[in-house]
Design a protein around this ligand. Structure first.
Ligand SMILES: CC(C)(COP(=O)(O)OP(=O)(O)OC[C@H]1O[C@@H](n2cnc3c(N)ncnc32)[C@H](O)[C@@H]1OP(=O)(O)O)[C@@H](O)C(=O)NCCC(=O)NCCS
Length: 174
């Protein structure tokens, strides 16, 4: 039987859960992210507490956690840039290998996208490593397409990432 998967917004006191999931993702899928495991391990653990507190309540930044049978097993960040364009993004998406291909990634994305739409976003952006074919297929299946914008990956300057976007319609079933 498939484990039941649920998603909830991070709570203010879940800094240690955030640190655990983020370091697990950087250890397991270093090719996918612009930060390295070393970067994350150097950060003072108290800053994860601050991030959790901010992402639990801010109207501009949020983290959503995936759970299987009550155990945290994935995450995604959602945020709105503080620039005049106020573009909306998802980032840091990760699902633990043991629960992949069960639509946990899709569930995280749907909850994050719904939250961004409620904050007024009409489009959602994601930077995706050009090496990460699985993520590209995953995002394309959810209606994302390339914008044509590219940049060197932060922390892996020799690799490039592409900006993908999904335009949300009022009738979208999020
Ligand atoms: C990308 C990622 C988040 C997807 O998570 P996931 O929970 O496996 O995603 P889903 O189950 O919603 O869908 C993934 C794929 O599994 C397929 N799938 C879903 N349920 C399935 C099932 N029961 N049986 C077989 N395949 C299934 C989906 O069709 C999809 O395949 P497709 O994209 O080829 O069509 C996950 O692979 C991951 O964490 N990767 C490493 C980190 C990463 O790359 N993050 C993205 C950074 S931009």
């Amino acid at each position: 039987m498939s484990p039941s998967l649920t998603v909830s917004r991070i709570a203010a006191q879940q800094g240690s859960v955030l640190r655990e999931l983020r370091t697990a993702s950087l250890r397991e899928a270093p090719y996918a992210f612009g930060e390295t495991l070393e970067d994350a391990l150097l950060v003072d653990p108290s800053s994860f507490e601050e991030t959790a507190a901010l992402h639990a309540n801010s109207p501009r930044l949020a983290t959503f956690l995936l759970y299987t049978e009550g155990h945290p097993c994935g995450l995604v960040h959602a945020y709105i840039e503080e620039t005049p364009g106020a573009r909306a993004f998802v980032s840091a998406l990760w699902v633990a290998p043991a629960v992949r291909h069960l639509r946990g990634g899709e569930l995280l994305m749907n909850v994050a996208t719904r939250w961004l739409a409620a904050q007024g976003a009409a489009e959602v952006h994601a930077w995706i490593s050009e090496e990460n074919r699985t993520a590209m297929r995953f995002y394309e299946r959810l209606g994302f397409g390339p914008t044509g914008e590219r940049r060197a990956m932060p922390s892996h300057e020799e690799e490039a990432e592409s900006l993908f976007v999904r335009h949300m319609q009022a009738e979208d079933d999020l």
